[in-house]
Design a protein around this ligand. Structure first.
Ligand SMILES: Cc1ncc(COP(=O)(O)O)c(C=O)c1O
Length: 422
């Protein structure tokens, strides 16, 4: 994509953008704030604010306990069925529950138990650290001597796809990877790696946290076994909103939830004293769902379904190419590096820019220039593009502000001490 670096060009691109009007469907209280952190916490959809009021005042305030029979009980499956449409799954293959980390734990333990004589788990060092901790905890809990192999990325940007394929063998129980890597934004070829895993008899489990609502995912097309993901990023579900899990239909009756609780029990209101798993995905529920947060996931999912993932991806690619073009022309000469894949097809919807003064520049952006990106060690300023509300002008402005911070050395007033949440 050949670009111009003037602001008028950004405005031309916005004028030409078929999704531009979706920005009005979000609550924007500070029009001057450039928000590029939708890959961590999505913006608040206006419909969510309305729904929250109705949910709390009418469904909870007025309907009280009757709410369970008026939609709450089936909400994990109903919201899951909508998310399924974004990730190429059947409606009964996705359910909303717990956090991403807890869902990963449930699926990993279930998968390892189903693969009883295979003792190896493969992942990579681009995976989200919580996922690695969960794997370590699951291995420890099972106490059967499973080994975790963390295959290194060749450059910290691209995933070690060929190396992973080469290491798959008859000892491998499970391959688990972030489909889109949280730091570099690298995207694995899900179909290819899942097929390679299956050829060796392993199961494939995908973390879709940085993919869902940002890049097209086709779990059924890839014949993926298992997946998990967050709803508070590109789905705009709200802080700490519950996560989702996917289990391919033919595996559901074979796998057992290791955290057995009454919400996963067959005929739960019989209140029998012996656990018997419910049919289908409900067996992967444990305790009472957090209904308020769960139902507030739905309006954000509806917005993405309305926009359509093909159009969302097309805009995300155009915006990422535009940002990379601006980086090349205006930021690379100031010492910024591109820490994301150059190849658009292997890149998600965020771009990481490195700089030796990365953290101090990030602090100046946030505190002095009204831009909210996020920061990931050692030097990555992560710029998240959420096509439903990020404009081309936002991208142009952030690049100009990054230039200013370096040219005027505005970062120098910061010591480099990181805040608790970056
Ligand atoms: C890729 C990825 N996996 C897992 C998690 C953990 O999610 P949770 O805190 O909901 O368990 C995150 C959180 O940001 C993430 O980015």
């Amino acid at each position: 994509m050949t670009i111009r670096t003037d602001a008028a060009y950004a405005d031309e691109l916005d004028a030409d953008d078929p999704l531009a009007h979706f920005r009005e469907r979000f609550v924007v209280t500070d029009p001057d704030l450039i928000y590029l952190d939708g890959n961590s916490l999505g913006r608040l959809p206006a419909a969510t604010a309305t729904r929250a009021d109705e949910l709390v005042r009418r469904e909870w305030g007025d309907r009280l306990i009757r709410g369970w029979n008026e939609g709450w009980f089936v909400a994990p499956e109903q919201v899951g069925a909508k998310i399924a449409r974004l990730i190429g799954a059947r409606p009964d293959e996705v359910i909303v529950a717990d956090s991403t980390s807890v869902n990963l734990f449930k699926l990993v333990v279930a998968a390892l138990r189903a693969q009883d004589r295979r003792m190896r788990i493969l992942t990579d060092d681009l995976n989200f650290p919580s996922d690695i901790y969960v794997l370590q905890g699951a291995i420890d809990l099972l106490g059967q001597g499973h080994e975790l192999e963390i295959v290194p990325s060749p450059d910290g940007i691209y995933g070690p796809a060929a190396d992973l394929r080469a290491r798959l063998d008859e000892r491998t129980a499970l391959v688990t990877l972030s489909h889109t890597a949280f730091k570099s934004g690298y995207v694995y070829d899900m179909a290819e790696l899942t097929a390679a895993a299956h050829a060796s008899g392993a199961l494939a489990l995908w973390d879709l946290s940085h993919s869902v609502g940002a890049v097209p995912v086709d779990l059924n097309g890839a014949n993926a076994d298992l997946a998990i993901g967050c709803t508070y990023k590109y789905l705009n579900g709200g802080p700490g909103a519950p996560a989702f899990l996917y289990i391919r239909r033919d595996l559901q009756e074979r796998l057992q939830n290791p955290i057995t609780g009454w919400m996963g029990q067959k005929d739960l209101f019989q209140l029998a004293l012996n656990y018997q798993p419910a049919a289908g995905l409900r067996r992967f529920l444990t305790g009472t769902p957090s209904i308020v947060s769960l139902l507030l996931v739905e309006p954000g999912v509806d917005l993405l379904l309305e926009a359509g993932m093909t159009r969302v991806r097309a805009k995300s690619m155009r915006q990422s190419e535009y940002l990379i073009g601006l980086w090349e022309a205006l930021l690379a000469p100031l010492g910024f590096t591109l820490n994301s894949p150059r190849d658009a097809h292997r890149r998600g919807s965020h771009i990481s820019l490195g700089h030796v003064e990365g953290l101090r520049i990030d602090l100046a952006l946030i505190n002095d220039l009204n831009v909210l990106p996020d920061f990931r060690t050692p030097d990555n300023i992560r710029l998240g593009i959420a096509p439903l509300y990020t404009s081309f002008r936002d991208i142009h402005t952030v690049v100009m502000r990054l230039r200013r911070i370096v040219e005027e050395r505005l970062y120098e007033k910061y010591s480099g001490a990181a805040p608790v949440v970056t």
